[in-house]
Design a protein around this ligand. Structure first.
Ligand SMILES: [Zn+2]
Length: 240
């Protein structure tokens, strides 16, 4: 069984493992990632706004095209009547009179549809402006997202470099620990979820920060094997 004195060698390993855990937590919970998520949400909303405006425009264009097509059909018919009035094909004054009436009606209808087409074009102007400003907003958000992603990459790389340094130090620190002691530590770390060894300062456990009863603190101080030097509250090994 490993000597209780060798437990002290575990302290730097524990410290480095704790630092690595903190670094990994920081990497997972970067504030930038929260900002990124919110920007992505904003972009999704903006895309919906854009889709809505595009649908509005599509409807307006359709209505404009319909009005123009009507105007053009009516114009063709009016032109045909116009020609027949002057090519001498119609001679009956009564018939000529009714054709002139029809022509006037058709031109008036044509004018109505052309006016309608122009009105729709004017209605589309503010919608186009809204489309432009929505596109501008979306591209602003996209810019922010790109910037945040770049900053996250940098922050992750910084943390990864720190993690690599900690892993190097940890490996050296672990080399200095008795193999059996290290095995006990690793098993306890899994079992206890992080802190497997801490210092006893006075009667205070450095793992859970609770005070041990005097008798138990004494027992830890005089322990001859690791299993007797354990915090009764959190279960970590205590180095006295
Ligand atoms: Zn404890």
């Amino acid at each position: 069984m490993a000597d209780v004195a060798q437990m002290r060698d575990l302290l730097p390993v524990q410290e480095l493992d704790t630092r690595a855990t903190q670094l990994r937590y920081r990497r997972e919970h970067l504030d930038l990632r929260v900002e990124l998520k919110s920007a992505q949400g904003e972009l999704a909303d903006q895309v919906k706004v854009l889709e809505g405006i595009s649908a509005e425009l599509k409807e307006l264009h359709k209505a404009q095209k319909e009005a123009e097509d009507h105007a053009s059909l009516i114009s063709d018919r009016a032109d045909a009547i116009d020609r027949s009035l002057y090519d001498g094909s119609v001679k009956d004054p009564k018939e000529l009179g009714s054709l002139q009436q029809e022509l006037a009606q058709l031109r008036s209808n044509q004018d109505n549809f052309e006016t309608r087409a122009l009105e729709i074009m004017e209605e589309a102007d503010p919608v186009l402006e809204r489309l432009d400003s929505a596109r501008e907003s979306a591209s602003g958000i996209e810019g922010r997202i790109g910037d945040l992603e770049a900053r996250i990459t940098v922050a992750e790389a910084e943390i990864d470099a720190e993690l690599a340094a900690v892993a190097g130090e940890r490996s050296s620190a672990a080399d200095a620990v008795d193999a059996q002691m290290l095995e006990l530590y690793e098993a306890l770390r899994v079992q206890l979820g992080g802190i497997a060894v801490a210092e006893l300062t006075g009667r205070r456990c450095g793992g859970c920060h609770l005070e041990l009863p005097s008798a138990q603190a004494e027992q830890v101080r005089h322990a001859t094997e690791p299993r007797s030097a354990v915090c009764p509250d959190c279960g970590c090994l205590l180095v006295a």
